[in-house]
Structure formats: structure tokens, C-alpha cells
Design a protein around this ligand. Structure first.
Ligand SMILES: C[S@@+](CC[C@H](N)C(=O)[O-])C[C@H]1O[C@@H](n2cnc3c(N)ncnc32)[C@H](O)[C@@H]1O
Length: 378
């Protein structure tokens, strides 16, 4: 009989002497071929486990289309350019973006999706119009690329750290009865972006980090993007906020049936596991790979200011389109997705500006200050 995912994880724990680093547990729980969460569950929408922005109408796609268009113009409005979405799930956002770009749609569109099940969904949806591939290495290098993702990086595996008796220890997974439990492993160093704060963390402080995964990812993008722009939207914070001493419980969470829980070890493969993104670390990894930050702001500000969104909101207000206005509130307001979600735009070989974005909502200067402080410490 075929092994279950829990059996595979148990075997791996034993093979490694009884303790498995959490990032490996998360990798298996989400992506084990045929068994991981993204390989077998229907995560998206009301009937699934969580709602993402493209399920709330096309306002998010409109802000993205405006940003992609600005990026394309900054690249010199080339005829031959490449548009890439990574981690598109079922491809809902890419479909909306392609419809909105219409006249300036690029000749080559790629979708990079790790889950084989979701790749076949996307291939069926797009047919010949989009090349659906498993990894960034399969995207040919190009001189004019716009690469975007929504809620990709939060799904990269994380290592979990816990402060005990003044030291940071790696948190890992052990067998416990029929299920799994936590156990502390070796001493570890604080994340590079948290060094200034880690001394002030109280006993029991939990933190997550995924520096290695993000560095590998950005090095992969550097191979494909000789010149181009990367747009990354996800929930997360600058390191100064993510790792502040009062955020003692970390951000690691599981999602199932629209309920968020801290119990990430139960029923691997049956629930999503995620942790917030450290945008300082993401920008640092981007810089190390040759990309410069162009814009950092909240999702709310990014959507609310976008010209295609403004046009749609004016129409909706005139027609009293209550559903659309409710979606706008959820996407834009600080208590919805507006503040926790951030947008980072970075670029290589080109500079891009979004002229419609008010200077007061632009947080790029704060991001650059954090990067400069890290460089000064190094
Ligand atoms: C939280 S879902 C977001 C889906 C979609 N972007 C949306 O907004 O609805 C994360 C997606 O990223 C994919 N993914 C995770 N790691 C990936 C990687 N390294 N490369 C490509 N796709 C990845 C997952 O399989 C899943 O489809």
C-alpha cells in the first residue's frame, strides 16, 4: 500500500535521528509529490481554506496591470517582452491581468507553479497562451521581463527559532504518540535582519526565518531577468516590525476551512501552513542578486491609488455596485488586507516609478534605511 504523508514524515524523522527541522516538515506538508497540501487540497475560495485577492473581483489585478504597464514603459515599451507569474495557484490573477493588459499583452507569458496539480489546472485554463513550468530555471533569460507574485513567499518553508535561557534554539518536529510534537534542537544565530533586536527578545520568544529560500529564489530570478522588474505582494512587515520584542508568538499559522490556528503539526497535507514575509530580508536578497528596490508600500495604498482601480470605483459608485465596493473595502482598508499586505517592486538595469502613488504612502525610504543599517552592521 502507498505510504501516507504522515508515514513519510515519520520515516524522515527517524532517518535523521529523531528530530526534523521545521522547514523540512513544512516542505513535505505543503509540497510532497502527490500528497502535500498544494498537491491534493482545494485551497482557494469559499469552499476551500482561504481567500486570496483575485477571488475578490478584479481590483487587485487592476492595480497590478497599472504597475506592469508602468514597468513595461520603463523598459522602453518593448515589442518583445516576457511576463511571468510565479505561484499563481489556479491562474485566476494571471487571467485577469492578461484581460486587462489586452492591447499591450506580451508575446511570451510564463506561469511558474511548483504544484503539479495546479500546473495542470493552469495549462487547461490557458492552453497555448501561457507556458506553464515548474521552476524559474525553465524561464529563458530575457532583456525585458516583468515578474510578479501574490502570496508566493509566505508559502516558502521557514525555520522556527525559540529563545530559551537567553539562547536561540532551532525548533523541530519529533514523533509524539500518533502525531507530531515540537522539540528544541541546536543553538542557532538570529536572522541577519533581526540581529539588532534579538538580545531584547523575552524568554520563549518565537521567530521564523526563510533567508536561504529567498536568496535561492532571487538568484534564480537573476538568471532569468537580465533587465526587468519584480513585483512581490504578500503579507508581512519590515524586519524592525516583524522581529520587535513584543511580537513574541511569531507569525507561523495553519489555515483550514477559513479558520486560522497555531497548530501547524496536525494532519500534515490537510491544512495550509504559512508565515509572514520579512520584507527587509527580501529586499536584501534582491539587492544581493543585483536588483534595487523601487517601491515599498501597503497593498491598500497601492490598490487605492491605481488609475484602473480609480476608474472602476467611480463606475461602481455611480451604479451602486455594493459587492464591488465591499471587495474594495476588504482589499484596501487597514483592518482588512490593506495594511498587513505589502507590495515590493524591485528592478535590475532599469528604474520604475508609479507616478500616481502619493509620496506620503511610499515607504521605500524606510526600507532603504533598514537596508543601510544592515550594511553598516555587516
Ligand atoms: C498561497 S498560494 C497563492 C496562490 C495565488 N497566487 C493567489 O493569490 O491566489 C501559493 C502558491 O504558490 C505556489 N508555490 C509555492 N512555492 C513555489 C515555488 N517555489 N515556485 C512556484 N510556485 C510555488 C503554491 O503551489 C501555490 O500555488
Amino acid at each position: 500500500m502507498a505510504q501516507t504523508l504522515a508515514e513519510i514524515i515519520r520515516a524522515e524523522i527517524r532517518a535523521r535521528g529523531g528530530w526534523l527541522s521545521f522547514d523540512r516538515f513544512m516542505e513535505l506538508a505543503l509540497y510532497a509529490p502527490g500528497l502535500g497540501y498544494y498537491e491534493r487540497q482545494e485551497p482557494f475560495g469559499e469552499a476551500g481554506d482561504f481567500i486570496t485577492a483575485p477571488m475578490l473581483g478584479d481590483l487587485f489585478a487592476r492595480a497590478l496591470a497599472d504597475t506592469i504597464e508602468a514597468a513595461w514603459r520603463a523598459l522602453g515599451a518593448p515589442r518583445d517582452w516576457l511576463l511571468v507569474e510565479q505561484g499563481g495557484g489556479e491562474g485566476a490573477l494571471l487571467a485577469q491581468v492578461l484581460a486587462l493588459l489586452d492591447g499591450l499583452a506580451p508575446p511570451s507569458v510564463y506561469a511558474v507553479e511548483k504544484s503539479a496539480r495546479l500546473r495542470s489546472r493552469q495549462q487547461a485554463r490557458f492552453g497555448e497562451a501561457v507556458r506553464v513550468v515548474a521552476a524559474p530555471e525553465e524561464v529563458p533569460a530575457h532583456d525585458a521581463v516583468v515578474w510578479f507574485s501574490n502570496e508566493l513567499v509566505d508559502a516558502f518553508p521557514v525555520r522556527v527559532l525559540e529563545k530559551r535561557q537567553g539562547k536561540l534554539r532551532a525548533r523541530g518536529v519529533v514523533e509524539r504518540g500518533e502525531g507530531f510534537g515540537w522539540a528544541l534542537g541546536d543553538d542557532v544565530a538570529p536572522p541577519q535582519t533581526a540581529k539588532a533586536q534579538a538580545d531584547a527578545w523575552p524568554e520563549g520568544y518565537l521567530a521564523e526565518e526563510r533567508a536561504r529560500e529567498v536568496e535561492i529564489w532571487r538568484a534564480q530570478l537573476a538568471q532569468a531577468i537580465r533587465r526587468g522588474i519584480v513585483i512581490t505582494v504578500d503579507y508581512g512587515y519590515l524586519a524592525s516590525e516583524l522581529y520587535r520584542p513584543t511580537r513574541a508568538g511569531g507569525t507561523l499559522a495553519a489555515h483550514r476551512g477559513h479558520v486560522r490556528t497555531d497548530d501547524v503539526l496536525t494532519e500534515p497535507g490537510a491544512q495550509d501552513i504559512t508565515a509572514h514575509v520579512d520584507f527587509t530580508q527580501l529586499a536584501l536578497a534582491a539587492e544581493q542578486a543585483g536588483f534595487a528596490p523601487q517601491l515599498f508600500t501597503s497593498q491598500g495604498a497601492w490598490i487605492a491609488h491605481a488609475p484602473r482601480v480609480q476608474a472602476r470605483l467611480a463606475e461602481a459608485a455611480a451604479g451602486a455596485d455594493a459587492k464591488m465596493l465591499a471587495a474594495a473595502r476588504r482589499l484596501v482598508m487597514p483592518h482588512g488586507m490593506g495594511e498587513t499586505f505589502k507590495v515590493l517592486v524591485d528592478a535590475r538595469g532599469v528604474d520604475v516609478r508609479l507616478p500616481w502613488l502619493a509620496a506620503r504612502v511610499d515607504r521605500t525610504a524606510r526600507l532603504k534605511e533598514e537596508l543601510a543599517a544592515l550594511e553598516a552592521r555587516a
